[in-house]
Design a protein around this ligand. Structure first.
Ligand code: B3K
Ligand code: ZN
Length: 866
C-alpha cells in the first residue's frame, strides 16, 4: 500500500478516554450475587445487584457490557421492559435511591478466543477480568472504583468440572441432580469487578498451610491437572516464602481462610491477582529440574510473590481509575523485586532488573509509544500494561524509598495502607503519604508521573587544589505530545575513589539533582578521583560521563558497589562495541579483555556476579547507543568481541567451564555456578566453532537439568554443525508433549544468530505445533523473533512483513496479545531510511486493514505517527 494514502487513514475507530474526564460513579453496587449455570457452549449468568444512587442526580443506571444480549431484567423482583442497549451499555431507568436489579445473560465461553471474560482453556473454564473483562461476563459498572461484596454460586457437570472455585472462602456445595453439582463461595472484602474470578475444572491440588503472625491458619492450594501436581512444589514454597516476607518487611498479613492458585495454559500474560483465587499462566507455576530452567524457577517465585503482594497493593487498596495503574503495578513490582533480592544475590537481582528496564522500558520511552507512568489518555487500556507503568513505575517507588530512607519509607507505606484500606486510591494519594510520613517535599518529584522520556545526565569531574567538582546537567528528550520538559528530581548516589591508591576518597553521597545543572563540590580530595555515579542505579536515567577507558576499567575492578562495578564493565564494553560498529575502531578491546580477565580472576567475587558482569550488552542495547542503528554492524562488532574474548581468555573460560560437576540443586550458589559455566560455554563456542559444538552437544546429552540443556541448545542453535539439527530433533522428540518446553524449542530458534534465522522462523510458523491461539506459543516464536535485532531487521524487509502478517492473523483471535507484539515495528525512526520506509509500510498496511481491533489500531497508528 502507498504510504501517503495510508497516512490519510481512517480516523480512530474508537473513542479516547482521558484522565481529566474522571467522574465518580453515578451508581454504587455494595452487593452482588452471581449465579453461573456453567457450560462451555452456553453459560447462563444471573446477577443480582443491590444498587445505590451516588449523590443527587437523575441519571439512569448504565452498565457496561460487551458481546452479550440481556435475556431479562428485573427491578425489585419485577420484570421490566423499558431497559435499552445503548452502544454496548445496558441502560435501566431507575427511580429512587436504592434498588435491586437482576439481569440474566447468556455467553459462549468456548468461542472466546480473546481470553478475556469467561473462557475455556484445555478443558478448564476460567476467567480473566482485568482490565475490562468482567463486562464480557455480565452487565456491570466495570470500573475499578465500584467496590462490591460478591457471593457466587456455580452449577456445572460434576464429571467434567469436579472442582468449582471462586473468590473468597467456600460456603457450601451439593448435588444439583442430572449429573451436575453446585458450589457457593463468598468474599467478604469489597472489590472491583476486575478482581472477580471463577474456575471450573478437573483439577488436583497441592496443599499447604500458612499460619499468619496473628495465629490464623490459611489453607493454601495450587490447582493443576493431575499430571502436573508433581511440578507444583516450587510455586507452593514460593507462596509460603512470600507470605512470610510480606509480614516481615511490610507488616502485611493475609486476610482470608484460603488462598488458591490455578494454572491454565492459555493466558494473555503472566498471572492475575484475583482476590483469594489467583489464576496463572502455567509457565509461572509448573517446574521441575527436567523441564524448567533456573530462570524459570526465579520467575515463578517472583510472579507468585507479585500476585500475592497485590492482596494489599492492589486489592485491599485498589485503583480509582486505570490511569492510576502504576499505583498497584509499579509498587507491586518494587515489592516483588525486594522479595527476589532477599532470596539470593541482591546485586545480581538488581542487575537483572536494570537489564530488563533497559531492554523493555528505555526503548518504549524513546519511541512513538512513549507515555508517562501515569498516562493522560488511552484508546484501549490493555495497551498500557507496559514496561513504563510496571518497571519504570517500580523505579519511581524505589527513588522515593531512597529519598526517604528505609524506616520512613516503611512508615509511609503503613500510612498508605491504613488510610486507603478498602478504597480506590490514586498515585497522588500514594505520593502524599510518602511526603507526610517522610517529612519531605515531593512537588518536583511528581513530574516523574507526568513526563515521559528517559532523562539524560551529563556528568564531568574536575580536580584541583584538593577539591573535586562534579558538574551535573540534566535534560529529558521530547516525546509524543510533550515537546519540552521540566527538570526532574534525580536521586543520584555518588562516590569518589582514588585513581592511584584505589581507596574510597568520600562516603557515598546522595545528590538530589533538581536544577537543569548543578556543581557538587567535594573537599579534601588528595589524589585524582574517579567518579562512581548512579550507584545501585539510584535513578532510571542515562548517564553520559567523560570517564576514560582507564577509569571504567578501574571501577570495574575496584568499586565497592557491585552494581556500579557491573555498570562500569558494561560501559566499557558498550563504548568499545559502538566504536567498532561505527568506525571499525577496536582500540578499546584490550581494556575489555583485561577487565574481563580481572573479573574472572577475582576470588572475592561469586560466580553468579562474575557471569553477569562478563556477559556482553545485548545487540539492541548496543543499537540504542547509536544515532542510527546499523543491525549488521552491531552484530559484527559483538560477534567480533565475543570471539576476541573467547580466544584471548580461552584458558580462563575452560577453567570456569571445567569445574567439578555436581548434581542439580536449586540454590543460589549452584545456580551461579551453572550460569557461569553456560556463559563460559558461549565464549568457548565463539572462539572454537565446531569443536565447541561437540562440547555443547556433550553437555546437552549429559545434562540432568533444563538450565544446562538449554544453555547447550542455545549455543548449538546458533552454530553450523550437523549436531545442531540432531540436538533440535532430540529435544523436540523428548519434549513435544510438554507445551512449555516446546515453547523453548521455538524460542531458541527464533533467537538464533544464524544468517537463516528469518527464513527458519517463517518455516516454523507453518510447523504443525505452532498455533497463534496459544499466547505462550505466539510469544515464543513471533515475540522472540521481534527481539532478534539482526534477523528481524533484515534489509529485505522480510522480517517486518512476517511480523505484520502474524499480527493481522492474531488480531482476529486475540487483539490484546497481537497489540503486545507490535512494538518492534514502532522503532522505525531509529533505523536508516530504507528500513524505516519498509517498517512504515507494514504499519500502514496494518492500520489500513478493515475490521482491526482497537488494541492493534491504537498501537499501529500511534507507531506510524510518532
Ligand atoms: N494485574 C495483572 C495484569 C492484567 C493485565 C491485563 N491486560 C497481573 C499483574 O500485573 O499482576
Ligand atoms: Zn501486577
Amino acid at each position: 500500500m502507498d504510504i501517503q494514502n495510508a497516512l490519510a487513514v481512517p480516523p480512530s475507530p474508537v473513542g479516547v478516554t482521558r484522565r481529566e474526564d474522571y467522574r465518580p460513579p453515578e451508581w454504587l453496587v455494595p452487593e452482588v450475587a452471581l449465579d453461573f449455570d456453567l457450560d462451555p457452549a452456553r453459560t447462563v449468568v444471573r446477577s443480582r445487584l443491590r444498587v445505590e444512587r451516588n449523590g443527587a442526580h437523575r441519571e439512569p443506571l448504565r452498565l457496561d457490557g460487551a458481546g452479550q444480549v440481556p435475556l431479562s431484567v428485573r427491578v425489585d423482583g419485577a420484570l421490566i421492559n423499558d431497559w435499552r442497549v445503548d452502544g454496548e451499555r445496558l441502560v435501566v431507568p431507575l427511580s429512587g435511591g436504592e434498588r435491586t436489579v437482576e439481569i440474566e445473560v447468556a455467553i459462549e465461553p468456548e468461542k472466546n478466543t480473546q481470553l478475556m471474560g469467561l473462557y475455556a482453556s484445555g478443558g478448564i473454564l476460567c476467567t480473566q477480568c482485568e482490565a475490562e473483562g468482567f463486562r464480557r461476563i455480565t452487565y456491570f459498572p466495570d470500573r475499578p472504583d465500584v467496590l462490591s461484596v460478591y457471593s457466587v454460586r456455580m452449577t456445572a457437570d460434576a464429571a467434567r468440572y469436579p472442582v468449582l472455585l471462586a473468590n473468597g472462602d467456600p460456603v457450601a456445595s451439593g448435588d444439583a441432580g442430572d449429573g451436575r453439582h453446585w458450589a457457593e463461595w463468598s468474599d467478604p472484602f469489597p472489590k472491583p469487578s476486575y478482581l472477580f474470578a471463577l474456575v471450573a475444572g478437573d483439577l488436583q491440588v497441592n496443599r499447604g498451610e500458612f499460619v499468619t503472625r496473628s495465629g490464623r491458619t490459611v489453607e493454601l492450594g495450587i490447582w493443576v491437572r493431575a499430571a502436573d501436581v508433581a511440578k507444583t512444589d516450587h510455586a507452593l514454597h514460593s507462596l509460603e516464602l512470600a507470605m512470610a516476607w510480606d509480614e516481615k518487611v511490610y507488616g502485611r498479613e493475609y486476610d482470608l481462610d484460603v488462598f488458591n492458585i490455578v494454572a491454565v495454559d492459555d493466558f494473555n500474560f503472566g498471572a492475575m491477582e484475583n482476590k483469594g483465587l489467583n489464576i496463572f499462566n502455567s509457565r509461572y507455576v509448573l517446574a521441575d529440574p527436567d523441564t524448567a530452567t533456573d530462570h524459570d524457577y526465579d520467575a515463578i517465585a517472583a510472579v507468585v510473590a507479585h500476585e500475592y503482594f497485590h492482596n494489599w497493593s492492589g486489592n485491599r487498596v485498589t485503583c480509582r481509575d486505570w490511569f492510576q495503574l502504576s499505583l498497584k503495578e509499579g509498587f507491586t513490582v518494587y515489592r516483588d523485586q525486594g522479595f527476589s533480592a532477599d532470596q539470593g544475590s541482591a546485586a545480581v537481582n538488581r542487575i537483572e532488573g536494570v537489564r530488563a528496564l533497559r531492554a523493555g522500558q528505555f526503548p518504549e520511552d524513546a519511541g512513538p509509544l512513549a507515555h508517562p507512568v501515569r498516562p493522560d489518555s488511552y484508546q484501549e487500556i490493555s495497551n498500557f500494561y507496559t514496561a513504563t507503568v510496571y518497571n519504570k513505575g517500580a523505579e519511581l517507588i524505589r527513588m522515593m524509598a531512597t529519598i526517604l530512607g528505609a524506616p520512613k519509607f516503611r512508615a509511609a507505606c503503613d500510612l498508605y495502607f491504613e488510610r486507603f484500606d478498602g478504597t480506590a486510591a490514586t498515585c497522588e494519594d500514594f505520593v502524599a503519604c510518602m511526603e507526610e510520613a517522610g517529612g519531605v517535599d515531593l512537588a518536583q518529584f511528581r513530574r516523574w508521573y507526568t513526563q515521559a522520556g528517559t532523562p539524560r545526565v551529563q556528568a564531568s569531574l574536575t580536580h584541583d587544589d584538593g577539591r573535586a567538582r562534579l558538574r551535573l546537567a540534566q535534560a529529558t528528550p521530547p516525546t509524543p505530545g510533550q515537546a519540552t520538559k521540566e527538570p526532574m528530581l534525580l536521586p543520584l548516589k555518588v562516590k569518589l575513589f582514588g585513581a592511584e591508591t584505589g581507596r574510597a576518597l568520600t562516603e557515598e553521597r546522595l545528590v538530589l539533582l533538581a536544577d537543569p545543572a548543578e556543581t557538587i563540590v567535594f573537599e579534601g580530595v588528595s589524589e585524582r578521583p574517579v567518579l562512581s555515579i548512579n550507584r545501585g542505579f539510584s535513578a532510571p536515567v542515562v548517564i553520559e560521563s567523560d570517564r576514560s577507558v582507564t577509569d571504567l576499567a578501574f571501577l570495574s575492578a575496584n568499586d565497592d558497589d557491585p552494581f556500579a562495578r557491573y555498570e562500569a564493565m558494561q560501559q566499557l564494553m558498550l563504548d568499545a562495541l559502538v566504536a567498532d560498529a561505527v568506525e571499525g575502531d577496536q582500540g578499546a578491546y584490550d581494556a575489555v579483555v583485561a577487565a574481563v580477565a580481572g573479573t574472572l580472576d577475582d576470588p572475592a567475587l561469586d560466580p553468579a556476579f562474575q557471569a553477569e558482569a562478563v556477559v556482553l550488552p545485548s545487540e539492541s542495547f548496543i543499537g540504542d547507543q547509536m544515532g542510527v542503528v546499523d543491525p549488521d554492524a552491531v552484530f559484527r562488532a559483538r560477534e567480533g568481541l565475543r570471539r576476541t574474548l573467547g580466544e584471548r581468555l580461552g584458558e580462563r573460560w575452560a577453567a570456569a567451564y571445567d569445574g567439578p560437576r555436581e548434581h542439580y540443586a536449586y540454590t543460589p550458589e549452584a545456580k551461579g555456578r551453572r550460569r557461569l559455566r553456560n556463559v563460559a560455554l558461549g565464549f568457548l563456542a565463539a572462539a572454537r566453532g565446531g569443536e565447541a559444538d561437540k562440547l555443547a552437544f556433550t553437555q546437552f546429552e549429559a545434562a540432568d537439568n533444563m538450565t544446562d540443556r538449554m544453555g547447550a541448545l542455545a549455543v548449538l542453535a546458533s552454530g553450523t554443525s550437523e549436531l545442531r539439527e540432531a540436538a533440535l530433533d532430540i529435544f523436540y522428540l523428548r519434549h513435544r508433549d510438554n507445551a512449555l518446553v516446546l515453547d523453548k524449542w521455538f524460542q531458541v530458534q527464533a533467537l538464533s544468530s544464524r544468517d537463516d534465522a528469518g527464513a527458519a522462523v517463517a518455516e516454523l510458523a507453518r510447523h504443525p505445533d505452532f498455533a497463534l491461539s496459544n499466547p505462550n506459543r505466539a510469544r515464543s516464536l513471533v515475540g522472540a523473533f521481534g527481539v532478534n535485532q539482526r534477523a528481524f531487521n533484515a534489509a529485505s524487509g522480510g522480517g517486518y512483513r512476517f511480523l505484520a502478517d502474524q499480527l493481522l492473523a492474531l488480531d482476529r483471535l486475540n487483539p490484546q496479545t497481537a497489540a503486545k507484539l507490535l512494538p518492534p515495528l514502532a522503532r522505525w525512526r531509529r533505523f536508516d531510511a530504507g528500513r524505516a520506509a519498509l517498517m512504515r509500510a507494514e504499519l500502514a498496511r496494518i492500520v489500513g486493514t478493515a475490521g482491526l481491533s482497537k488494541d492493534l489500531f491504537e498501537q499501529a497508528s500511534k507507531s506510524l505517527e510518532g
